[in-house]
Design a protein around this ligand. Structure first.
Ligand code: NAD
Ligand code: APR
Length: 235
């Protein structure tokens, strides 16, 4: 383990696929059924807030009541963080909380979190497990506005970028797991890591759009490849 001092891991929908959560760009993925512009943009929300709230309410229900549990890949990353004696940052594009359920501590949800809502005026973040309706307002405002899902929509600034780029600038190992590499800025992290000389590893079921940018590619299921990689790293 002495070889590395600073690890950054990026995860995407693929790591949660084996926990029963649909990915975005698979054949039966979410973006086959919904128009991204309608349910994942601020303009879409302004046009039809009920449609957007319903989309995330359904996903929250699927997640909470579908009983999704972390899989071996989530647990392996939590173990890596526990045993690693250097700096460790887990950046996820996922809005589920399976990394936390598995025991990961230093997690940045760069695209927001499904089980939180936020005040559209003050940005105060509130834990939220129930359905969100346009009648739900935040008590923190003098003139309450409806709460919105705590989700980063397309065209909005991802969360935690300063910390992410700070850690990438010092990384000596960058691991990307279960992401198609189509959405920026996350898709650019491998180049950031390369530019400071970090070793880069991709774990994905199929070859991602970015696979040729990585030093090595482990093709296969996250639940198999990630525990094997972590075992090697902890030797
Ligand atoms: P984007 O990829 O250009 O940037 C994402 C967000 O991050 C933007 O809000 C931008 O302000 C911010 N950002 C980018 N680089 C940054 C940096 N270095 N520091 C700080 N902030 C930074 O734009 P997007 O609209 O979010 O789209 C992401 C991707 O999703 C697109 O490249 C496209 O491939 C895809 N997309 C697809 C569809 C579709 O299929 N219909 C629609 C929209 C977007
Ligand atoms: N193990 C490993 N990888 C897998 C598995 C698995 N069991 N199942 C699927 N994958 C891979 C797929 O091959 C695909 O390359 O995971 C990737 C998932 O890609 P996307 O569906 O595009 O998800 P992601 O990259 O996380 O999307 C990024 O797009 O719409 C936005 O905000 C949304 O955070 C999301 C972002």
């Amino acid at each position: 383990m002495g070889k590395y001092k600073n690890i950054v891991v990026l995860t995407g929908a693929g790591i949660s696929a084996e926990s029963g959560i649909k990915t975005y760009r698979a054949k039966d993925g979410l973006w086959e059924k919904y128009k991204l512009e309608d349910v994942a943009t601020l303009d879409g929300y302004k046009r039809d807030p009920e449609l957007v709230l319903d989309f995330y309410n359904q996903r929250r229900k699927d997640f909470c009541h579908g009983g999704s549990k972390p899989n071996a890949a989530h647990y392996a990353l939590a173990e890596l963080e526990r045993q690693f004696d250097g700096e460790f940052l887990l950046v996820t594009q996922n809005i589920d909380n399976l990394h936390e359920q598995a025991g990961s501590k230093n997690v940045i949800h760069m695209h927001g979190e499904l089980l939180k809502a936020r005040c559209a005026k003050t940005n105060q973040i509130i834990p939220w497990k129930a359905d969100l309706t346009s009648n739900d307002v935040c008590t923190c405002c003098q003139y309450p506005l409806p709460l919105r899902p705590h989700i980063v929509w397309f065209g909005e600034m991802p969360i935690g970028l300063d910390m992410i780029y700070h850690q990438l600038a010092q990384a000596d190992l960058f691991i990307s797991i279960g992401t198609s590499g189509t959405v920026y800025p996350a898709a650019g992290f491998v180049e950031e890591a390369h530019s400071v000389g970090a070793e880069t590893v991709e774990v994905n079921l199929e070859l991602s759009d970015l696979h040729s940018h990585f030093d090595s590619v482990l093709q296969g299921k996250a639940s198999e490849q990630v525990p094997a990689l972590v075992k090697k790293l902890l030797l």
